[in-house]
Design a protein around this ligand. Sequence first.
Ligand code: APR
Length: 245
Amino acid sequence: GQAEIPQELAGALRSAHAVAALTGSGVSAESGVPTFRDAQTGLWERFDPQELATPEAFSRDPKLVWEWYSWRRGLVARAEPNPAHRTLAELERRVPRFTLITQNVDGLHRRAGSENVIELHGNILRTVCSAERIPREPGEGSPPRCPHCGAPLRPDVVWFGEALPPGALEEASEAARGCELFLCVGTSGLVYPAAGLPREASEAGALLVEINPERTPLTPLADFVLCGRAGEVLPALFTAAFPGG
Ligand code: APR
C-alpha cells in the first residue's frame, strides 16, 4: 500500500530549492542487482572483497578480478531502472537544484534520466588502463590489455583503499552543505567517506530523510525515517509532495 508520508516532509520537499540524495545499492535491489551486505543475497556475503575489490587483489590475480566484474557487468546490463531511479530523475526535473550522489557503479540513475549525478565510486561499465587510469575500450582477452601501453585494463570503479575520483567528494560535500533536504536512500551507511555526507548535511541544517527497510547507523541522525523499499517509498513521497503529478 501507499507508504505513510508525513505532511511536514511532503511540504518541505515541495518548497525546497536545493535537495541532495545519497543512494546505495538498495535503490538497485528492485532492479535485480544484488546489494553488498543484505543477508544471503549480498555480494560480500558470497564473495570476499579482499580477493576481488582491492588493487592488491587485481595485481595478484587480474584475470579473476576482471572476470568477476564482467559477471557483475552482465547482471547490470540485464537490469532495468526501477521506480526508485525514475522518481529520482523526476525529482531532478521538479526541484530547482537537485544533486544525486551515488555510491552505485551500475549506471542505472543515468539510464533512468538523471543528469546531475556524482558517481562517487565510479562506473562498472567504463574500463580504464590500470597504469595510466585513462578510459580504454575493452578489447579481447581476460583482462584485455591497454592498446597504448600494454598494461591490463580494469573496471573504472573505486576499490577499497583507493581514492575517490578527483573532485567528486568535494562536489558531493558542497551539495550536502547547501541543501535544505538530504535523502539517504538504500545505503547501509557503513562505507566512508560517502557515509559522512548525511551528517555533514544535517550539521549544515538540512532535514535528513532515510529510506530503507532496515535501520542503519544513519537512522538516529534522520529527521524522517521512511521504513520501506525505495521503489515504493520514493513514488509515494513524490506524489505526496507534488499531488498534481
Ligand atoms: N529499498 C531501499 N533500501 C534497500 C532495499 C530496497 N528495496 N533493499 C535493500 N536495501 C538497503 C539495505 O537494508 C541496506 O541498508 O540497502 C542497503 C544496502 O547496503 P549495502 O549492501 O551495504 O550497499 P551500500 O550501502 O551501497 O554499500 C556502500 O560499499 O562495498 C562497498 O563500494 C561498495 O558502494 C558500495 C559501498
